[in-house]
Design a protein around this ligand. Structure first.
Ligand SMILES: Cc1ncc(COP(=O)(O)O)c(C=O)c1O
Length: 376
């Protein structure tokens, strides 16, 4: 099987990740404040903090998904009737749906901005959408549909100038497109999945907060310590983490992030870019690709393809059943992106290139696309 669905979750799993999960499960349990005397999560927080240039690892909160982090941030911010939020058409449902839920409860109104004709996100357009009641800007760093990379530094500068918090969804960029949070001005929240380029197991993710006070706890419950307090303890990480953590998954995430730090995001991204550019350059007719846009490149290894007459689902199934190539087809949880790109409702055939893929595998894909795309 050729696995080309790494934008969904990475495969094959790194041996050291598998080993770390196994070691954690086989060892006597170490759950902070609950069993054992060690805190295995601190090393994971520290590795993620290092990746993002965050000085205090306690600002890294560990979760089971990027989705959970988005919900904690969006429902934990003081958005209330009259709040205005700016976001883009390229967001994943893990940002869009909590925002839509808040809007349906009349807790905020939304401005969902389109991209420019060249595929870029215009800072001028975002600036023009700012209002006196804007309480949040929420943007994806790297699109999971096109691989486009958006200018989060400029967004942070704009947001900070107007004293508006910024939420960055870095699920696709984490481990590939470096982001130094220490250099970003203002109040920046970041959320990411652990199971994509960071190579952690599924059921891992995290979010990073600028301080201990900006968010109200969205999930409350046991912390293993400070049990006498009748409400969530005020200090990090307890304020924003409740319940027994997925410590074996997070042991795997630590192994994955350690690997990324050692290999470097630049090297990992270059591999994906080389493969993606090879695919785009040799894409057989009549396939076309959705370009990631003027300000972007293929560092994330995401390439979305469309065929003039065949649906992505038809071709995707054919690739899987006849050629043993796993891709992903459909809307990729980002419906507004497809409305904007003109690929709604069928979506695209998404190729998610990963660390384990080779040029030979991309060539097999190209041949399979050539054969299956000319069957009509
Ligand atoms: C851009 C983006 N945001 C958020 C998510 C959600 O990640 P998770 O499934 O870990 O919640 C994904 C995963 O597909 C994604 O690509």
């Amino acid at each position: 099987m050729i696995y080309l669905n790494n934008a969904a979750t990475s495969y094959p799993r790194l041996p050291q990740v598998v080993e770390a999960v196994k070691r954690s499960l086989l060892a006597p349990p170490q759950e902070p404040g609950r069993c054992g005397f060690e805190d295995p999560l601190m090393a994971c927080r520290s590795a993620i903090a290092k990746l993002y240039g965050v000085a205090d690892p306690l600002r890294v909160l560990l979760t089971t998904s990027a989705t959970l982090g988005c919900n904690q941030i969006l429902f934990g911010l003081p958005l209330q009737a009259g709040s205005h939020v700016i976001t883009s058409c390229m967001e994943h449902n893990s940002v869009l749906r909590p925002l839509n839920e808040l809007a349906a409860r009349n807790e905020c109104s939304l401005s969902v901005l389109p991209l420019e004709d060249d595929g870029s996100l215009s800072i001028d357009r975002v600036g023009g959408a700012l209002r006196p009641d804007t309480r949040l800007m929420a943007f994806v760093h790297v699109s999971n549909v096109t691989g486009a990379i958006f200018p989060v530094q400029a967004l942070a500068l704009l947001a900070a100038g107007r004293n508006v918090p910024l939420l960055i969804d870095d699920s696709q960029g984490a481990g590939l497109v470096p982001l130094d949070l220490a250099s970003l001005p203002g109040k920046v929240f970041l959320v990411a999945a652990g199971h994509k380029a960071l190579q952690g197991p599924p059921g891992t993710g995290f979010f990073i907060v600028p301080d201990a006070v900006s968010l109200s706890p969205w999930i409350t419950g046991g912390t293993g310590v400070h049990s006498v307090e009748d409400r969530q303890p005020p200090m990090l990480p307890y304020r924003l983490e409740a319940g027994t953590p997925n410590s074996c998954g997070l042991a795997g995430l630590l192994a994955g992030v350690t690997h990324v730090l050692e290999t470097t995001p630049a090297v990992l991204a270059e591999h994906r870019r080389t493969l993606a550019e090879h695919l785009v350059k040799h894409l057989p007719s009549p396939w076309t690709h959705i370009a990631p846009g003027a300000t972007a490149d293929y560092r994330a290894g995401v390439v979305s393809l469309v065929h003039p007459t065949m649906k992505p689902s038809e071709i995707g199934l054919m690739l899987q059943e006849i050629y043993g190539i796993e891709t992903r087809w459909g809307l990729h949880c980002a419906p507004l992106a497809h409305r904007h790109l003109g690929t709604f409702p069928d979506g695209t055939l998404r190729i998610g290139l990963g660390e384990g893929n080779t040029i030979e595998e991309v060539e097999q894909l190209i041949e399979a696309l050539h054969q299956s795309g000319n069957l009509t």
